[in-house]
Design a protein around this ligand. Structure first.
Ligand SMILES: [Zn+2]
Length: 179
């Protein structure tokens, strides 16, 4: 966790993020900045689907794409839409600790049995489903994944600022990731 930088005051915010929507996001979520009124989205937030997370942001502030592990590889059209039509110029990519997309293989049995019992799937189909898709959604390590996904998004959308962040489920705060 030595790569994480907390935001306890506005002075902690990285120079690159100051006076940008990413800096505002950090102030709203961590520093209880008073909510301004927005009529247009200021940024795109990519974050995990995990139920333990809730960001404190003003109305209309951000597009949000939620996908397991904050993995936007399979949400590209939506990312493009937020940039092209929504006019956002930056992306906050937010991973989190204790992410279920880390070490998916360890949850193979739970996944298969859960689909059979909770959804009424045939066991063989559930096994195939897991084996086909788990490798696409496995993220390895939360911080390393967010950094690699940040690089991918920067090369795909060169004029867009992409900020890698981490959300800690214990304190509901955002942390900057040192690159
Ligand atoms: Zn997660």
């Amino acid at each position: 966790m030595f790569r994480l930088v907390a935001v306890n005051t506005t002075d902690d915010i990285f120079a690159d993020y100051r006076d940008t929507p990413v800096g505002l996001l950090l102030e709203y979520n961590n520093l209880n900045r008073e909510h301004e009124t927005y009529t247009q989205a200021q940024l795109l937030i990519g974050m995990c689907m995990d139920n333990r997370k809730h960001l404190h942001t003003p109305d209309n502030f951000a597009y949000i794409i939620r996908a397991g592990g904050a993995n936007l590889r399979y949400s590209e059209f939506k990312v493009s839409y937020a940039i092209a039509v929504g006019g956002v110029k930056c992306i906050a990519l937010i991973g989190h600790n204790q992410c279920g997309m880390v070490n998916l293989m360890a949850r193979r049995e739970a996944f298969i049995n859960g689909l059979v019992e909770n959804a009424g799937w045939d066991k063989e189909l559930a096994e195939q489903h897991f084996m086909n898709f788990a490798p696409m959604f496995e993220i390895g390590n939360e911080i390393d994944f967010v950094l690699s996904e940040t690089q991918r998004l920067r090369s795909r959308y060169p004029k867009i600022q992409v900020a890698p962040l981490l959300y800690k489920v214990e304190d509901n705060l955002l942390y900057q990731i040192k690159e």
